[in-house]
Design a protein around this ligand. Sequence first.
Ligand SMILES: [Zn+2]
Length: 138
Amino acid sequence: MPSEILKLTTEIVVAHASLTELTSEQLVGEIKDVYNVLASLEGGKILEVPVSEKAEEAGGVKKPSIPLKDIVKNKYVVCLECGKKLKTLKTHLRKAHGLMPKEYYQRYDLDPKKFPLVCKDYSAARSQMAKERGFGKK
Ligand SMILES: [Zn+2]
């Protein structure tokens, strides 16, 4: 006789499978996962459910957790990977996340023209310096 958990598991997996295409392997894995979680919840144990990073990566473009209008400011730019606020992201992306600017833009589907990797003040200061240098030549 099927248990309550098994019935619930079936319902959840069927609902999911109707939304996403699952291979039979994935389906079996999901049934096991869902069953385990339900069983452990019923048993009062807190189970740490592994976050499936693979599924996220397979999706391609990530959805930024920060509103895009808030990521490039006068004083800082926000790293969409970790939420850090920095004057420039280039070095940070490479060192902290192993990402090249191009990969970063691709990952979040950003337009490099709209979302520079440096804050507004920083790029303004740089062009100001360039101007001054230019004027100092003569
Ligand atoms: Zn970061």
